[in-house]
Design a protein around this ligand. Structure first.
Ligand code: SF4
Length: 324
């Protein structure tokens, strides 16, 4: 008996049935419509090639967490050509990994990916785990990434819930303009309930995500291009969302921009640089520049040498010792 059936038997034997907290849904998403559309319309992304390994899919998911596809694709191609396995990535220096990460942004992800590669190489025989629970123990792997790898690399029927998926489900199924602010356990349960049985489930998940990324976008859904014959939000006449529209994130002038400029200097150098070489990249707000540099040191992306210079992680005073 499956766990699901065992649970059902337990409910029948109990005198009081507690109502399920998940919102009752009157609509589903027809798998055939969505999967057919995906076969015709899916983007030809490099990590979707059939010979892509689980590790390479994991790398793509790290990179895509906060960076658009167009910027990730060329970096990913170079990355997996250079470091095709966890062990080859783990053998690279932290500084080389940070250099290869280039302008993808949020460089702490590169550090975590390097740590993740090391754990997989040393503790999992250089093979990416295939179960969500073990994946969740890896550095830098959260609820979304663990399920994305289990689904897209290993073909498992698990709910993969990102912002795009939550938006499509909110509109097509719940009739709301947008989902709430953050993914919850309830979102996972709701998406799990939509998954078709059998081997079609991973394709359905990829298609749902693709629909949100390319057609049912946040600001301008292309309903005329949508493969779904039924959509609760469209049927209700597109009622507006409940909260204010989310502001577009600004990059210019942020600490992120300053961190990026400081890292650019260090990436371009083969060794430590003087403080003055860093100071010149941001002269308009020296307190902000100092704060950004401090945060890079705290994050372990930058090191300070004993003589007061600065270097990428692993290229400070101990660089020669590590290389020997
Ligand atoms: S009909 Fe429009 S709003 Fe509904 S799922 Fe399709 S693109 Fe999104």
């Amino acid at each position: 008996m499956s766990a699901l059936h065992a649970d059902a038997g337990l409910v029948l034997a109990m005198p009081v049935i507690v109502p399920c907290p998940v919102r009752r849904r009157s609509m589903s998403i027809p798998a055939a419509e969505l999967v057919d559309w995906y076969g015709r319309a899916r983007r030809n992304l490099p990590w979707r090639a059939p010979d892509t390994t689980a590790w390479q899919i994991l790398v793509s998911e790290f990179m895509l967490q906060q960076t658009p596809v167009a910027r990730v694709a060329p970096i990913w191609v170079d990355w997996v050509r250079r470091w095709p396995t966890p062990s080859s990535t783990a053998a690279a220096s932290a500084a080389d990994v940070l250099r290869a990460w280039g302008k993808l942004g949020y460089p702490r992800r590169a550090k975590r990916l390097h740590e993740c590669a090391t754990v997989i190489a040393t503790e999992h025989g250089d093979a990416v785990p295939d179960d969500v629970e073990t994946l969740l123990t890896l550095p830098g792997v959260g609820a979304y990434t663990a399920r994305a790898v289990a689904c897209f690399a290993y073909g498992q029927r698990v709910p993969v819930v990102d912002t795009n998926v939550r938006r499509v489900v909110a509109r097509a199924v719940d009739g709301r303009a947008d989902a709430g602010s953050a993914a919850t356990v309830r979102d996972h349960a709701a998406v799990a309930a939509l998954l078709p049985d059998g081997p079609e489930a991973p394709v359905f998940s990829a298609a749902l995500m693709e629909l949100g990324a390319t057609v049912c976008t946040a600001r301008s859904p292309q309903c005329g291009e949508c493969p779904l014959g039924r959509c609760a939000w469209r049927a209700a006449g597109f009622p507006p969302g409940e909260g204010p529209a989310r502001p577009v994130q600004c990059y210019a002038g942020t600490d992120r921009q300053v961190r990026g400029r400081l890292l650019d200097v260090l990436r371009a150098s083969s060794g430590p640089v003087e403080r003055a070489d860093l100071d010149v990249v941001w002269l308009s707000d020296t307190a902000q520049r100092d704060r950004a540099l401090d945060s890079l040191l705290v994050d372990g992306l930058v090191e300070q040498t004993r003589d007061g210079r600065f270097a990428l992680a692993g290229e400070g005073d101990d660089a020669g010792r590590q290389a020997r």
